[in-house]
Write a protein that binds this ligand. Structure first.
Ligand SMILES: Cc1ncc(COP(=O)(O)O)c(C=O)c1O
Length: 290
């Protein structure tokens, strides 16, 4: 995913100050870069309004807290900075990236006294998957990389280090000609894709894995809520790979990916069904997507 050139004309908010793209730099010797002590958020604004901004800010603070990092700002400072940044960069539909990292004052594994830094960027990022896949869905392939156990990695934090696995999984899938990876967890249960939660539909019932070793996405929770409002039964349950192949519909949910239908998992094909289309429409209406 290439960064749009327009982003490079904008500003970032860095530790409390707005800085130009060129001035928003950090030293190479920082703990966050060497040891993965970094967490982040991905958010979208539609028509100038950040969708579920407070929920994303709350998750950023929770993620930082899990990694033992105390953000030196209040949630309301971060909320205000995000709003101002979107305006300052002249954006109405935007992707917003807030991130937190440990500085380089201590460069051993332990770094309890190092600075905790926070920055926010905002840029134009229209669609995560090509728009022409909307009617037929994306192609997933099961990869070998697994989601780790919650006592092996901080799986409830949106921690940069965890995305090392996601990137390797997605690269593996793309090298095989697929759009994304289907990831199982350490128990062999269906988990999610490299960057979005997964739902299946069987006989009109919406089913999704229990998020006990991956992010309980804000979009996932929104879809569960919308489904219930539309009278669709929802089950959060263990899903084994075999159940996928018996499903009528499959789709992914995430801030970046939004609601994206899955048209194929390895050799198995799906049509973009009525439940997927109904929930995708309901989501797009809720977020104010034009
Ligand atoms: C690995 C992973 N799972 C799930 C999600 C979906 O989370 P959300 O809906 O909060 O964006 C994301 C995106 O943040 C993600 O990166």
């Amino acid at each position: 995913m290439l960064m749009p050139e327009s982003a490079k004309k904008g500003y970032l908010w860095v530790n409390g100050e707005f800085k130009s793209w060129e001035d928003s730099t950090t030293h190479l010797i920082v703990h966050g870069l060497h040891y993965g002590s970094s967490v982040f958020e991905g958010e979208r604004a539609y028509n100038g309004k950040i969708f579920k901004g407070p929920e994303h800010t709350a998750r950023l603070f929770r993620s930082a807290n899990i990694l033992g990092m105390n953000i030196p700002f209040n949630a309301s400072d971060v909320e205000q900075a995000k709003e101002e940044l979107v305006k300052k960069n002249g954006l109405t539909d935007a992707y917003i990236r807030a991130f937190v990292w440990r500085g380089g004052e201590e460069m051993g594994i332990s770094a309890p006294a190092s600075s905790i830094n926070i920055a926010i960027g905002a840029w134009d990022w229209p669609a995560y998957f090509p728009k022409e896949l909307r009617d037929n869905g994306i192609k997933l392939t099961q990869v070998n990389w697994k989601k780790p156990a919650p006592d092996t990695a901080p799986t409830q934090a949106k921690a940069a280090g965890l995305y090392m696995i996601g990137t390797m999984a997605k690269h593996e899938a793309m090298e095989r000609g697929f759009h994304d990876a289907l990831m199982l967890d350490y128990r062999g249960q269906v988990a999610e894709s490299s960057g979005a939660n997964l739902f299946i539909v069987k006989d009109g019932v919406l089913k999704t894995p229990i998020p006990d070793c991956f992010l309980n996405g804000i979009t996932r929770l929104t879809i569960i809520d919308l489904a219930k409002k539309h009278g669709i039964a929802v089950q959060e349950k263990v899903i084994m790979p075999d159940e996928l192949f018996d499903a009528d519909e499959v789709f992914l949910t995430g801030t970046a990916a939004e609601i994206v239908a899955v048209g194929q998992i390895d050799d198995h094909h799906y049509t973009v069904g009525s439940v997927t289309r109904l929930l995708r429409d309901a989501y797009e209406t809720l977020v104010g997507k034009s």
